[in-house]
Design a protein around this ligand. Structure first.
Ligand code: F6P
Length: 279
């Protein structure tokens, strides 16, 4: 419209979630992938708030304009600061300290999948009543899978262990059901949601261009790791558990390997075996 700027959907989503969290009264600070610094909440209604929320309001944003599934990721921690608005320190906690984490996927239906550390439950939006209804109780990730998800366009820049694992996925072997299928939407929530349901592995490794990886520990990796572990899967940086990583920066990046136990075991075996070749 003339004279009016249309807000980008990721900015709009960010504003909506921030407004909702401020209005809820339970949250004393927000860290968003969209904001450089934390957003402390200083209001009467939040003065006894005990939680902080980290979020990626719209993950997979390169898919927005092409109508491909995208998602929202959130992670909730108990505050460590004593009172008043939340502080930076409240977010510098390991993933193991999360009290809840979840994602919403906006796909052929909208679903909320979350955990409070007692398993994972999935709820599908019923638009006729405006409620998310329990449709996927006690979600369990299959122990093994046939799908690997990675941006193979970056192949030349991957660590040796990842290159070798990709080749392993592509080899013919009846006993292990190979070759596996390659499926990569490029929308983390959508790729991981599919793999959670059907079994599979998602990898965003280091590359020579992004030596620390691309994905963010606080907004993406820790919450997704919490969900996948609670569903019986495994989440690491290729060597060590994601949720035990120390965090020193809000927008800290990490490589991410996340998926079915058996596939994770094999991929991490390749990482260990070819560790020297990647240094
Ligand atoms: O920034 C996060 C993200 O959009 C993820 O949702 C997705 O898995 C990944 O980046 C895609 O990155 P690339 O386009 O480099 O494969």
């Amino acid at each position: 419209m003339q004279g009016e700027r249309v807000k980008k959907l990721d900015v709009f989503a960010n504003d909506q979630f921030i407004a909702a969290l401020k209005a809820g009264g339970e949250c004393c600070a927000i860290a968003s992938e969209e904001n450089e610094d934390i957003i402390p909440i200083d209001s009467e209604i939040s003065k006894n708030a005990r939680y902080v929320v980290a979020m990626d309001p719209l993950d997979g944003s390169s898919n927005i304009d092409v109508n491909v599934s995208i998602g929202t990721i959130f992670s909730i921690y108990r505050r460590v600061s004593l009172n008043g608005p939340g502080t930076h320190e409240d977010f510098m906690q390991r993933g193991t300290e999360q009290v809840a984490a979840g994602y919403i996927i906006y796909g052929s239906s909208a679903m909320l999948v979350y955990t409070t550390g007692k398993g994972v439950n999935g709820f599908t939006l019923d638009p006729s009543i405006g409620e998310f209804c329990l449709s996927h109780p006690n979600m369990q990730m299959p122990k093994d899978g046939k799908t690997y998800s990675i941006n193979e366009g970056n192949y030349l820049h991957f660590p040796e262990g990842v290159k070798k694992y990709i080749k392993y996925c592509q080899e013919e072997d009846k006993a292990t059901n190979r070759p596996y299928s390659s499926r990569y939407i490029g929308s983390g929530v959508a790729d991981i949601h599919r793999n959670l349901i059907t079994g599979g592995i998602y990898i965003y490794p280091t590359t020579t261009k992004s030596p620390k990886g691309k994905l963010r520990l606080l907004y993406e990796c820790n919450p997704l790791a919490f969900i996948i572990e609670q569903a019986g899967g495994v989440a690491t940086d290729g060597y060590k558990r994601i949720m035990e990583q120390d965090i020193t920066e809000l927008h800290q990046r990490t490589p991410l390997f996340l998926g079915s136990t058996e596939m994770m075991k094999t991929s991490m075996g390749f990482m260990e075996k070819f560790k020297e070749a990647s240094v």
